[in-house]
Write a protein that binds this ligand. Sequence first.
Ligand SMILES: Nc1ncnc2c1ncn2[C@@H]1O[C@H](COP(=O)(O)OP(=O)(O)O)[C@@H](O)[C@H]1O
Ligand SMILES: [Mg+2]
Length: 254
Amino acid sequence: MLSINKLTVLADNKEILNDFSLDIKDGEIHVLMGPNGVGKSTICRAILKDPNYTITNGNIIYNDKDLSNLTTTDISRLGIMMINQNPIAIEGVTNAEMLRMALSERTNEHIDIFKFSKEAKEICQKLSIPESFLHRDINSGMSGGERKKNELLHIWMLKPSFLILDEVDSGLDVDALKIVANSIKEYQSITNCSILLVTHNPKLLEILNPTYIHILHNKKIVKTGDASLAKEIEKIGFKNILNEYDIERNLENE
Ligand SMILES: Nc1ncnc2c1ncn2[C@@H]1O[C@H](COP(=O)(O)OP(=O)(O)O)[C@@H](O)[C@H]1O
Ligand SMILES: [Mg+2]
């Protein structure tokens, strides 16, 4: 279980999140929604200790471990993995090299090259990815859709127990989106991993069928609901939902 407690996060000395709390139990899928620039990516990156973000208050606990003094590498060793909106290309390092190194870092064991190759090829087949992807530089020269499929390869190989997906649907056409979403759903049902998802995409939400939807506003989560909240947002928009929230708060404070 991941527990974020009363977190304050700064970016460039500006407070982006304050009093941000969220608990995600094993096997749950939580969606974070909110208008652009509200801090959705900030929380995703703060969990993984992106050096551009500073936590000045509160803490994050994952399976009874306080992440406060851990590095990004330590945190990924615990099984937390993030897929970015725009996965970057890394020239000079192939997928296979990176994955073998990451696996050996995770397990502290030597990774048998034959076993590794066999598993990697099976996963490529499962994802309809050409095996040649394994020997290409990470995401280099790949289209947006190919990069996302490449990230799926990383998920299946590295087997995270906590997955952070920040706008994983961006840049995908309808067919690619279905492949990516179904593959994540399959991975989630086999491994019972937890997912923190940032998206407003109705198709992705339909396929992943989240446990909870949260709305981020004024630096923290102000409303939580089940999957129907996403439909409400789509129907009436954030502005109206947040107006209702502000009216309720004003009445409470009167
Ligand atoms: N590295 C950074 N340096 C300065 N400001 C940042 C940085 N990252 C994010 N911000 C600012 O923090 C706010 C929240 O950004 P972000 O978390 O990316 O929003 P969202 O993902 O909800 O669209 C924005 O105002 C953005 O400009
Ligand atoms: Mg974002």
